[in-house]
Ligand binder design. Structure first.
Ligand code: FAD
Length: 596
């Protein structure tokens, strides 16, 4: 049977030591947040391990039922959603004005990851609501915020995003759904949306659809798309959800994974909607929501990867096959555990170095989101936002590619048993795959990186990464214990700068050069980002080990494992930059050649 144990010690290490919160004391909320780290981690671990995780297999095996437009979630999901909401978990980061707790994102991030590890399907509904709340907070009218946000923040009502249509996936300029003005200022929404996650379900009392549609005078393409709020039940003046709106769920998809998350075909038959933000400005508004959602989808990859890794590790320690190459290690047993084999250890360290590197990235980005929103100094807010902008495509793609690769590697560690459903490894592989596709495929993330983020104001976003990286290398230049990390970090940073210059210059001359190498560039960028994060973690581990006593909640074994994993990353994973550089600089000719 699969297991899941929340990585509480790693979260504590990252939040209390790696984030260097002492440098951000002047930011509102930081001092109070420090007191909450341990109780929040422990309470969310308990909810995820004891309530959500036991439902993960139930959801996969039982799946969803569709009956006359209604979607019935698997046994226990409705009750678990109620427990999740009653615990106040959806409210953590939102403004107190609307019933939130105003806590920083870096305290919310561990909960997001734990939910995705414990039960990805369950996590989708609150995850999408999070994005919808964000879009309404930034673009909704005062009345819309007052009417909808308190119930969405408490989780009583959920939110979904409705972009995709049969002919409009990546290319939202092709959207056909229409919005015609009514006399009372509302709009009549008509059209079909497909693949709408949680478009219909039985967990929340109301479902607020944020729908992209075209006004009658809309220009063609993406400049003619507006955003509408279309509630399943239209609230009356007292805020009670009174009237059933004119739309329905026509069917749900049968899919490879996330079997307990309904993926709905939605028909809007003259449904009543209200414009959010300005006419024809729906896409920028939706993008606010999508950026939040992209980070969250990245965390989905990490969450599933972490769960898959934990199960592979337990299995590998138990499975007896063959003998160690250097001689028998456990003569009393009929064979040695497979953890003695270098190739199995390679797989386990690859997974561990991904999960812990990726976790460090999510927390660092969360802290920068907090700085960008809360810091009193405008320059610091700007620099932090630049970092988040640059990291969004890198985080989304590297965590979802890495999550799927990790689930696949975990299956390999299980051998044939991994392919058999009852061991759980195959559910992780099936569940993880979608995260590379939705919220903008990882190829589209790469186009965002090379097309928007790289050239922005002649490299302004790039500086948000290269400057702190340079400063870190300079700070530890004279520390001999760090040389094994800082020297290769500098060398690989230079390869990345070389690749950035090549993509920037050659992409200007011929955009196909940038397009052909975009995914490789994104992967190379991620390798260097993770190297920086691993070097930082190694530096803290070295410092703690050389100056006992160890901080409360951190033990020696954990720190030694950190160092071993950092060394593995630098020796076995980071060198991948050089083959990626060769592939990037091969340019467009090999892929644009006639021959397909
Ligand atoms: C389970 C599930 C849940 C989903 N949930 C939602 C949801 O809640 N709301 C919602 O609105 N949508 C949702 N989607 C839709 C999802 O976001 C889209 O499937 C995704 O954006 C890709 O669109 P597409 O499937 O039409 O693929 P296409 O756009 O047809 O892309 C096909 C391939 O072509 C590539 N491609 C396309 N255009 C370009 C380009 N310009 N440059 C380079 N490469 C390109 C893509 O990267 C991809 O590899 C969901 C989908 C699934 C399967």
């Amino acid at each position: 049977m699969p297991i899941y144990k929340a990585p509480v010690q790693d979260f504590k290490f990252l939040i209390e030591h790696f984030l260097e919160l002492e440098n951000h004391q002047d930011m509102p909320g930081v001092a109070a947040a420090k007191e909450l780290v341990t109780p929040l981690l422990e309470a969310s671990a308990q909810l995820c391990e004891e309530v959500l995780f036991p439902l993960n297999r139930v959801g996969d095996q039982q799946g969803l039922k569709y009956e006359n437009g209604k979607v019935i979630t698997p046994e226990g999901f409705k009750e678990a959603y109620k427990t999740y909401c009653e615990g106040g978990w959806p409210t953590l980061t939102w403004p107190a004005e609307y019933g939130g707790q105003d806590l920083p994102e870096f305290l919310n991030m561990p909960m997001l990851e734990m939910v995705c590890s414990a039960n990805l399907s369950f996590g989708l509904t609150p995850g999408l609501t999070h994005g919808a709340i964000h879009a309404l907070l930034l673009h909704g009218s005062e009345e819309q915020k007052k009417t909808y946000l308190p119930n969405m923040i408490s989780g009583k009502w959920s939110g979904v995003m409705c972009l995709t249509e049969p002919v409009a996936g990546t290319d939202l300029g092709l959207i056909k759904t229409r919005a015609e003005p009514n006399a009372d200022g509302s709009y009549k929404i008509t059209g079909t949306k497909i693949f709408i996650s949680a478009g219909e379900q039985d967990q929340s009392e109301n479902i607020i659809h944020l729908v992209l549609a075209r006004l009658p005078d809309a220009p063609k393409g993406t400049k003619g798309i507006s955003l509408f709020l279309v509630p399943k039940f239209i609230p009356d003046a007292a805020g009670n959800h009174a009237t059933r709106n004119g739309f329905s769920c026509a069917s749900i998809e049968h899919k490879m994974g996330i079997h307990a998350s309904p993926t709905c075909v939605m028909n809007y038959d003259g449904a009543t909607g209200w414009l959010v933000g300005a006419p024809h400005r729906g896409l920028p508004a939706m993008f606010t929501m999508m950026n939040t959602a992209r980070l969250y989808v990245g965390v989905q990859g990490l969450g599933v990867g972490e769960a898959a890794y934990q199960n592979a590790l337990v299995y590998a320690k138990d499975r007896l096959q063959g003998r160690a190459l250097t001689g028998t290690k456990f003569p009393e047993k009929p064979a040695d555990p497979i953890t003695v084999h270098p190739d199995v250890r390679r797989m386990l360290y690859t997974m561990k170095s991904f999960c812990e590197g990726a976790r460090a990235l999510t927390l660092m980005v969360a802290l920068h989101i907090d700085i960008a929103h809360r810091h009193p100094d405008a320059t610091k807010r700007q620099e932090a936002d630049d970092f988040v902008q640059l990291m969004t495509p890198i985080l989304k793609s590297s965590l979802t590619d890495g999550g799927f690769d990790t689930a696949s590697t975990a299956m390999q560690v299980f051998g044939g048993y991994g392919y058999i459903e009852e061991y759980g490894a195959s559910q992780y592989l099936r569940d993880a795959r979608i995260a590379m596709i939705y919220e903008g495929t990882n190829g589209i993330q790469a186009m965002d990186l090379v097309g928007r983020k790289l050239p922005y104001e002649t490299g302004r976003y790039l500086k948000a990464f290269f400057h702190p990286l340079d400063a870190f290398i300079a700070e530890h230049r004279n520390n001999p214990a760090m040389a094994e990390f800082t020297k290769p970090l500098k060398a690989h940073m230079k390869y990345l700068q070389q690749a950035s210059l090549w993509v920037g210059a050659m992409g200007l001359a011929n955009p196909n050069h940038a397009g052909a190498g975009a995914v490789e560039y994104q992967k190379m960028f991620a390798l260097v980002v993770y190297a920086y994060l691993w070097a930082k973690q190694a530096e803290i581990a070295l410092r703690m080990l050389s100056s006992p006593p160890l901080p409360e909640g951190i033990d020696r074994e954990f720190l030694e494992a950190k160092l071993a994993t950092a060394r593995f990353y630098f020796a076995k994973i980071l060198p991948g930059t050089t083959s990626l550089l060769a592939s990037i600089t091969a340019g467009a000719d090999p892929v644009m050649a006639e021959g397909l």
